[in-house]
Ligand binder design. Sequence first.
Ligand code: G6P
Length: 607
Amino acid sequence: MCGIVGFTGKQSAAPILLDGLKKLEYRGYDSAGIAVMDGNTISVSKVRGRIANLCEKTGDGASVPGSTGIGHTRWATHGAPTEENAHPHLSNDGRFAVVHNGIIENYMALREELIRDGYRFQSETDTEVIVHLIEMYYRGNVRDALIKTANRLRGSYALGVICSEEPGRIYAVREASPLILGIGMEENFFASDVTALVNHTRNVVYLEDGEFAELSGDEIRIFDCTGREINKKASRISWDVQAAEKGGYDHFMLKEIMEQPAAVKAAIAPRIKNGKIDFDELGGLVSELPEIRKIVITACGSAYYAGCAGKYALERLCRIPVETQLASELRYSDPLIDGSTLLIVISQSGETADTIAAMKECKSRGARTLAVVNVVGSSIASLADYTVYTWAGPEIAVATTKGYTTQISVLYMLALFFAERLGRLGEDAGGLIGQLQALPRRIQQAIDMNPSIPALAMKYHESRALFFIGRNTDYAVALEGALKMKEISYLHAEAYAAGELKHGTIALIEEHQPVIALCCNPSVMEKTLSNIVEVKSRGAEVLALTFRNNHKILSAADDLLFIPDADALFSAVIEIVPLQLLAYYVAKANGCDIDKPKNLAKSVTVE
Ligand code: G6P
């Protein structure tokens, strides 16, 4: 969590830092700060709360002169979200300022040691040990001090550092937290994410673990952890600037919901060649497929639910057992995984700490690893044996939408690809590919078919709790539907496998209790219909999600959401869309901060 930025050049640094922090605010938004260097003077401005407060405090940066600086937006881990705990942190001699994204695991021991040596701490953060260590090791050479400091730190960190002895220079250090350098014209940048850079440059360098960089206006030098200078190739960002802007929508979430037809198309279309699925990036895996006895899918949050939805297609088409495991559980489960396991790791950001740890655990046991990731050059993409990008473009809203649907789309394609290469795809291969190709159009139809969602949101927005029920693929979507609702509207929302209702949950059904019933899978439709009847006879109000011509469900439910006809094997990406919109409008009716829900962050880079 947390976002960091750095700038050095000829322009005024503060407005550029503030603009970058606004783009990174999705990573954390409980406090923020900048440190700007003017000649040999470092001035620090910090606030509690949002970047908007920092803009107000600094007159949009106008009150902070200087053309070199670093900035931070925080999601508190160690210490409350106060101004004292906000970054940047200063050394006791005032020479150094540091911003940090990550967690220093051995900070307690370091803090005690530094206090014994006479250093005074101003905050409760783990980060502050870093700036005092740099001061302690500084003998006139910042690079040496950084190497010595990094050797003492355990945990994850992306650091930005300035030193008053070196006007015009910023330092960036990376270990297990993302950090990208931006190459400009007579100006250079660093940031936790490319979204903070695209306004200024498309040319970037992805730092890797153990590397650090020294940036001035006219050069960037990169070193490994021993201080040896290294050459790295620059990459070009293909995202355009508008992709990271709201583009007329009230919220990024709504924009990203509406972008799903295009995003899913971008994930699917380039991988269908001559009527077949082809993944150039998986060439090496094809010959290993016959050795795979089990597929394990691991991820966190919505990415995990994407795995739950994709599992059905993988099992049905490939006839290989598929387990889904939460990364936070898998990493500590002493998993039964070996060289015959294919681990599919799903992550929008590619930086989720638990997902990385689970992946490393399974790799160490011999699993082959395939990452399904959106962010190019992210940690998970670099660690995996094989990486398939989802090509969703930048996703800014904390609650994922197009990230999730593109992940499932890629899993559908992997299911078809593996099945075909294993010779297990029946005669209907063409029909299944046709279903995939129709997904973008059907997602658009699902958006267009439901103009009543804002009105339904007004009916349900004051409910104490919402229950989502479904079976099989519908249950997988119910899990994500309930998560969307709770994370942005703060209503209590839970998903239940409809068949489990009688084992407890039905006790909670009372007069006017809303139940959202997903009825899009014909193989279990009659069963879910029985559950609808059962909850209705106990007073529930049922909002059913189904096909327009599904008369039995239409007459049983109180309210309706629709999807176009589609094969249930691939319909999760369509079904979720009306539920995303419902969550959005319920949150809007409740006056919630939709793009930045309380206590959450988009990229959970700490355990
Ligand atoms: C956070 C986000 C979720 C996301 C999850 C996993 O909780 O708010 O939207 O699904 O992290 O993130 P990842 O980047 O690994 O997909």
